[in-house]
Design a protein around this ligand. Structure first.
Ligand SMILES: Nc1nc2c(ncn2[C@@H]2O[C@H](COP(=O)(O)OP(=O)(O)OP(=O)(O)O)[C@@H](O)[C@H]2O)c(=O)[nH]1
Ligand SMILES: [Mg+2]
Length: 231
């Protein structure tokens, strides 16, 4: 099982007072509506339907919390910048998001999701303005990189890195695609580090005969669920 693969839905909240106590480290995914936050969480968990995704912007409207076996949380935040949200709800979320990002003591870092075709919008920059003063790390995932050619993707990454320098060295960026899985392993490594999750043990090394070394694998038995599982 991968490091984020055993995440389970814990709760979805509308008010900060309904969050679980900040006893365990957590990371949050924020970004414009439809940028690919929920899809990125699914990609990192190697699951298809852990977080709900949608073609229609504004799908995630609550703070959705997923819990890992070690008690850490992965948080899917409502997207911003979606024009059709009623003013009152927008004001609620701006206030709530600002307070969550500024005051949640268990928050170890922010994963800022930007569509690689439209990065660093005004609202993205406002998020950085809010969060950078905490001194906590921000990692930008430039999603939908599958929609860009190689050269364009490289240019976009370089430009975003240059722009991020304004908010400090703790702001980093990478290319990412939930569709082609570009950058998934890189993001997993970094975010597992933020949460203090150990690396998975390396697979058993093969001996000279090609067999796994003694004691590293148990023999297959009839009815073994792992072996019986369809790909
Ligand atoms: N081609 C491509 N499409 C993507 C990628 N990531 C997400 N999408 C698509 O973009 C749309 C929005 O994805 P979501 O993950 O629901 O976006 P979100 O940021 O969670 O959106 P809200 O919850 O509405 O704020 C869906 O149609 C996804 O299939 C990607 O890496 N490549
Ligand atoms: Mg979403």
């Amino acid at each position: 099982m991968t490091r984020f693969g055993q995440a389970v839905f814990e709760r979805a909240v509308h008010e900060l007072s309904d969050l679980p106590p900040p006893a365990q480290p957590e990371i949050a995914f924020a970004g414009r509506s439809n940028a690919g936050k929920s899809s990125a969480i699914n990609a990192i968990a190697h699951r298809r339907k852990l977080a709900f995704t949608s073609k229609t912007p504004g799908r995630t409207q609550q703070i959705v919390m997923f819990r890992l076996p070690g008690g850490q949380y992965v948080v899917d935040l409502p997207g911003y910048g979606y024009a059709k949200v009623p003013d009152e709800l927008r004001r609620h979320w701006e206030g709530t998001l600002g307070r969550y990002l500024g005051m949640r003591e268990s928050l170890r870092g922010l994963v800022l999701i930007m569509d690689s075709r439209h990065p660093m919008t005004e609202l993205d920059q406002r998020m950085l303005d809010w969060f950078a003063p905490t001194g906590k790390p921000v990692h930008v995932l430039l999603t939908k990189a599958d929609k860009l050619g190689r050269a364009e993707a490289a240019r976009t990454l370089a430009a975003v890195r240059r722009a991020l320098a304004k908010w400090g060295k703790q702001c980093t960026a990478q290319l990412f695609s939930s569709t082609s899985k570009t950058g998934v392993a890189e993001a997993e490594d970094l975010l597992a580090g933020w949460l203090g999750i150990e690396r998975e043990p390396a697979p058993a090394k093969k001996g000279p005969s090609g067999d796994a070394r003694a004691g590293t694998r148990r023999p297959r038995t009839k009815g073994d669920k792992r072996e019986a599982k369809m790909p």
